[in-house]
Design a protein around this ligand. Sequence first.
Ligand SMILES: Nc1ncnc2c1ncn2[C@@H]1O[C@H](COP(=O)(O)OP(=O)(O)OP(=O)(O)O)[C@@H](O)[C@H]1O
Ligand SMILES: [Mg+2]
Length: 251
Amino acid sequence: MRPIIELDHVEVSYGTIQALRDIVLSFHAGEVVGVVGDNGAGKSTLLKVITGFATPTSGKLRIDGQEVGVWDPRQARAHGIEIVYQDLALVEDLSLWRNFFLGKEIKRGPFLDARKMREICSQMLADIGLTRVSSVDVRSGLLSGGERQSLAITRAVHFGAKALLLDEPTAALAVRETQRVFRSIEEARSRGLAIIYIDHNMAHVHPLADRIVVIRHGRVSTILNRNDVTLAELLELVSARDETHPEVNAL
Ligand SMILES: Nc1ncnc2c1ncn2[C@@H]1O[C@H](COP(=O)(O)OP(=O)(O)OP(=O)(O)O)[C@@H](O)[C@H]1O
Ligand SMILES: [Mg+2]
């Protein structure tokens, strides 16, 4: 099966800092890839390359087998790549249904088809079990963090995203909220999205990911199949001191 996203010897430099070095990775439909590594390892930069927020200094990015030309966040979105961050940008003052359809409004002739959008949004909320919310007209600011993340993931699935990138989506969430987000991610996987998931918590990454990519100092250090490694082994591997860069261990 052809990968949805491929990075082919990608490098990213910020002045003298080399954030990514010689990255060769591919991501497939229906797969969750966990990306782990220390602070500053280059994990977020990896997602930024894919979403068009960072430009490689060299190397290629291919989406659906096609090398991308001009690549920016708009292009990435148009190609079905969605990203969810820790502090998700739902517009707090807009109602749930307006947020859900932001930039993708359904129209009837020149007018917004509010009835239809409210109906679809209401169904989505029921599907993700967000029953606490009484109406799709409430301000989005009333949602909890986990509810927002789940809604954003559901939105990506609804609008036919091919890839879903998550950068520490549960960092600010309580346990129950985190579980809700995991269910939404699993739903997105079963719908065939390619998912890249960054988290510092190995107890989150291990059960969720099919493959785990360990990044160290901007390089892919290891790629593991989840079934080949226990949580304890993963923890050990990630926290192992780095003897090739002793100066970093002192930090
Ligand atoms: N816009 C930027 N300008 C300059 N340096 C940057 C920029 N963005 C990232 N860096 C540097 O690139 C390196 C990789 O950063 P990145 O944010 O990708 O790390 P990370 O693995 O996501 O870390 P964390 O776990 O702390 O989020 C770091 O050394 C960081 O300081
Ligand atoms: Mg980061």
